[in-house]
Design a protein around this ligand. Structure first.
Ligand code: SF4
Length: 331
């Protein structure tokens, strides 16, 4: 049993102060990922700062007509919020597609963004893993990688990001707000996760010691007609093989606005900007939807055993665009 200290805080400043200057300190939210990783020795914090009782929970409108979701809001509460369901349905659907009811009752929005990959080698201390132990190698590249990345990977790591929630957040141009002892800051979700590069252990652009305080969704009429679709290996609960969040606004047969992001294909939620570019102001036809999906996956570099993900992603994007284009929605 490895010793660690535990402190529960009720003020943001106390949380920041307790973590400042302690490289081995961790914020603890719902603990649905961190505690598992502590049990198997992947995470070994010397200090846990429990942030669940900080006054950061709840969903509320922002002055510009967007929505703010506090960092300690549980996944269950975020998914069930009437405004999230009405104005950003893909976000509610994505959260409900993740984990089980019990886990969603514990897990927090802030913690969801910081969860670690579910690559099996990452959690296996007997295997080389650059994300867990920089410079040790990557067992997945030649090992079991049928559920690993097809886009944006490097020879240092081919893992995917596991969050469902982060996929529609990327599509909707959400912003992550955080606090530090020097003051507040914010990062667009699409810049929040760092490219793999040669240091896959460095995952986010958060400054050292920063505490996520909220996720902010900008106002969007297009988001009201959005959908999250997830393909996974079993129906009960599992991480995405491939998932897609799409928001689509069609007027007089032409695409007026479109947002697309993919999950399960890269080390971060993947904003499908090439597909969006093909679709913008284009006829909303099955042929154009297919062309857009293929444009996005043109850059894919599948590993030995995961080329099926490329076909799956193309089909999924096309199917969800087709479904949404036939829907009448609220403006
Ligand atoms: Fe580790 Fe990444 Fe390789 Fe998995 S894919 S073994 S997380 S370096």
């Amino acid at each position: 049993m490895r010793q660690f200290s535990y402190r529960r805080v009720t003020e943001v400043r106390d949380a920041l102060t307790l973590v400042a200057g302690h490289d081995d300190a961790h914020y603890l939210g719902g603990g649905t990922n961190l505690i598992d990783l502590m049990k198997n020795g992947v995470e070994t914090p010397g200090r846990l700062v429990d942030v669940r009782r900080l006054p950061l929970d709840g969903v509320r409108p922002t002055p510009d007509g967007g929505l703010l979701i506090g960092a300690t809001t549980t996944n269950s509460d975020a998914a069930a919020d009437p405004e999230v369901r009405r104005r950003y349905p893909a976000l509610s659907q994505a959260v409900l597609a993740g984990a089980s009811g019990q886990l969603r009752n514990m897990a927090t929005v802030g913690g969801n963004l910081l969860q670690r990959t579910r690559c099996g080698y990452f959690a296996d201390l007997s295997q080389p893993c650059n994300k867990r132990t920089p410079g040790s190698g990557c067992a997945a590249i030649t090992g079991a990688h049928h559920n690993h990345a097809v886009l944006d990977w490097t020879g240092h790591c081919v893992a995917t990001h596991p969050s469902d929630m982060a996929v529609p957040l990327a599509a909707f141009d959400a912003v992550v707000r955080y606090e530090t002892l020097e003051g507040p800051g914010e990062i667009p979700l699409t810049d929040f996760y760092l490219p793999v590069g040669d240091r896959p252990d460095r995952e986010t652009a958060l400054p050292p010691g920063a505490l996520i305080t909220a996720v902010v969704l900008p106002p969007s009429t297009t988001a009201r007609r959005s959908c999250y679709r997830k393909v996974r290996e079993r129906a009960s609960y599992a991480f995405a093989t491939v998932s897609v969040a799409v928001a689509l606004d069609v007027e007089d047969g032409f695409v007026r606005d479109v947002r697309i992001a993919l999950g399960g294909v890269a080390s971060r939620p993947w904003r499908a900007r090439s597909a969006e570019e093909v679709l913008r102001d284009a006829p909303a036809t099955a042929g154009r939807f297919r062309e857009a999906a293929e444009a996005e996956l043109a850059a894919a570099e599948p590993l030995r055993d995961n080329a099926y993900k490329v076909t799956l992603a193309v089909n999924l994007i096309e199917a969800v665009l087709t479904e949404l284009s036939g829907k009448k929605g609220e403006r």
